[in-house]
Design a protein around this ligand. Structure first.
Ligand SMILES: O=C(O)CCC(=O)C(=O)O
Ligand SMILES: [Fe+2]
Length: 263
């Protein structure tokens, strides 16, 4: 199946009502918000990540993280486990916020004027709020994957979205490397009804021939892109005070046009 692109332009755009809608509709590769945080806030956030301490995902290239991914509960765990653990994870996020600033709330406040729907943390009817805001230390890179809740999380309310974005604030950057590449081949794997496909470590054949866009995660910036497009992060060269430290979440567009955040 040849990959076909949907982007009408190949450049990233600043945040406007038009660009937010365009990235939701997968018509542009990315939106960048420069100077989302100043140098002091970046340094405080990076120090907070080190002070709070992080765990590692069990994938080959080490990815340190603080927070909770709904994705980890998608196959064989009751929903109640996820919403219970979300509250525990918010306790840890509070420590990060106390030591630096609240990037998730700043992002919500930043986006709200640019859309008609309400921008808010996602909630599950009767079960509570999702966790939003995973901090990552990803200097070794991240393999090709796609993030698309209608396939990853069909039995959750976020499975009803019709567009999914990821936003990431970069608090520290590598000496070199660490670029993110987004492939404009919206993820559409063949799977049986009810099957939840693997979405990490995807084969590069699914993006072959598709338009791609590579961006540098500059310190202080937020970059937003459509995560249904398979994407990957290059490894790079780290050093003292130089790693790929970020925090971000997904943003889904619900049927009523609200933009809801979760990780
Ligand atoms: O850190 C990045 O540049 C992208 C991280 C990612 O995979 C995502 O936001 O879905
Ligand atoms: Fe991703």
């Amino acid at each position: 199946m040849p990959a076909t692109g949907t982007w009408k332009k190949m450049e990233e755009a600043p945040l406007t009502r038009e660009s937010l809608l365009a990235v939701l509709n997968n018509e542009i590769p990315a939106v960048r918000v420069r100077n989302f945080a100043n140098d002091d806030e970046c340094a405080a956030f990076a120090a907070a990540v080190e002070a709070v301490g992080y765990k590692f995902y069990s994938v080959a290239r080490k990815i340190g993280y603080i927070g909770l991914a709904q994705y980890e509960y998608r196959w064989d765990r009751p929903k109640t486990d996820y919403f219970r653990d979300a509250e525990t994870a918010y306790g840890q996020q509070r420590e990060l916020i106390t030591r630096s600033f609240d990037a998730v709330q700043r992002l919500i406040d930043l986006l709200q004027p640019y859309t008609d729907g309400k921008v808010k943390i996602a909630e599950e009817a009767g079960l509570g709020r999702y966790y939003a805001g995973i901090a990552r230390v990803a200097g070794e890179g991240v393999d090709l994957h796609a993030d698309w809740a209608p396939l990853n999380s069909p039995s959750y309310d976020i499975g009803q979205i019709d567009a999914q974005l990821g936003w990431n604030f970069y608090a520290e950057e590598l000496i070199s490397g660490g670029e993110t590449t987004v492939h404009n081949a919206p993820w559409n794997p063949e799977c049986k009804p009810g099957e939840i496909p693997k979405s990490y470590g995807l084969d590069h054949s699914i993006v072959e021939g598709a338009p791609k866009y590579t961006f540098t995660p500059n310190k202080g910036d937020v970059v937003i892109f459509n995560t249904r497009n398979p994407h990957e992060i290059a490894g790079g060269v780290a050093g003292p005070g130089r790693n790929r430290i970020s925090i971000g979440s997904f943003i889904g567009r619900m049927p009523n046009k609200d933009l809801v955040l979760w990780s």
